[in-house]
Design a protein around this ligand. Sequence first.
Ligand code: HEM
Length: 148
Amino acid sequence: MINFRMKQAATALALACVLGAAHAQSPAAPDGSLFRDLGGLPVIQQVVDDFMRNMLDDTRIRHTFKDSNIKRVKDKLVEQFCQLSGGGCVYTGDPMREVHQGLKLSNADFNALVEDLQLAMDKNGIPSRTQNRLLALLAPMQRETVSR
Ligand code: HEM
């Protein structure tokens, strides 16, 4: 099961990287089709809720959130996913590099986060094709969040 999950995560991440490179100049999905396919704001909110719960249960990365305002991070993630998928929200959080540079995150931390997001999207019945479209929009942020 774990091997399957890791393989699934690695595949999705590889795909996300490929697609991400193509989208690097235009990270938003302005037509809103991804936002609709994700299920709109209620599903994005539920996904972010489950995503955060997964991260806080994940012994690989939960320590990174020990001093954080979890409610704020969740609110900003919802805004960000909504904006990126073309839902018309405006992200009002801080720049990704600024938020994450002090955390000294690794590629392994990033992969753990992707896995936790995939589990949350699975739980909410989001098809893998739609999952990969969101992951592709997040992939370019790897270099802004990872610093070691
Ligand atoms: C695509 C990758 C990522 C995205 C899109 C993302 C997104 C965000 C957002 C929107 C916030 C809130 C910003 C704000 O408060 O203004 C945040 C904060 C945070 N993220 Fe990430 N993040 C990513 C990668 C990671 C990774 C890999 C980790 C650790 C494994 C991580 C750990 C954190 C922590 C601990 C905070 C809270 C920082 C604080 O309290 O000051 N993030 N992230």
